[in-house]
Design a protein. Sequence first.
Length: 267
Amino acid sequence: MALVPLNGIDLNVQTEGSGDLVVLVMGTGSPGRVWRTYQVPALVKAGYRVAYFDNRGIKPSSECAGGFTIDDMVADTAALVEHLGGPAHVIGTSLGGRIVQELALTRPELVRSAVMMATSGRPEPVQQAWTQALCDLHDKGVEIPLQFYSVASVIRNLSQKTLTDPVIARDWLQMYEFAGNTLSAGERVQLGLGEYDTRLAAYRAIGVRSLVIGFADDLVLPPRLSREVADAIPGARYAEVADAGHVGYLERPDEVNRLLVEFLAGA
């Protein structure tokens, strides 16, 4: 990956493959390389040029610890699409889904098609309470025990179907333990973006061809929230992936990749 100066900051960007451009936008606290596990190889194989990047707040992209807004992140993504010679198919998950929605609304000329996974168009009280609790602990300098954090992350982010296999469950616990339990200053800012006004009415003005994917067992942003986004966007298609939690693109990659490739091919 390489640092590229865009929109007044540096974004850590990687591109692979050739063909029509696809830009992948990750969610809160995660680096862009997460896409590299399953989605990038599938999209490259399908004949696309795929770009993925670390959002502002995630090092080595600019941390912007002094604060930023989702509008800043939308402008970052728009600048990247322009830099790469867009328009592009743009795919996002969680916070990345919200970024894609806002990009499709405000810069439709840059978006050939939009895919939003595990997304929402309004605040969700339980998720807000969770993120506020994490922010409060961070702000007070309290370090969450690593084992507790990894267990809580596995329970919140994965389907119970996945966790029925003890070997797989241990693998996920180890992965979250390896990821660590501390927030960087930039990640703290990203978490704070969960406080926002309802946007569903605004999304009725989106004219970009859109697919919304919900994950049936998502406890973080339940699929009803994704369905609301699909219902708000004129002509949007909604698909729901069974036996998948908030990181369904990692739990059920074959099904998610099938949905992505088939949708993009129809654009």
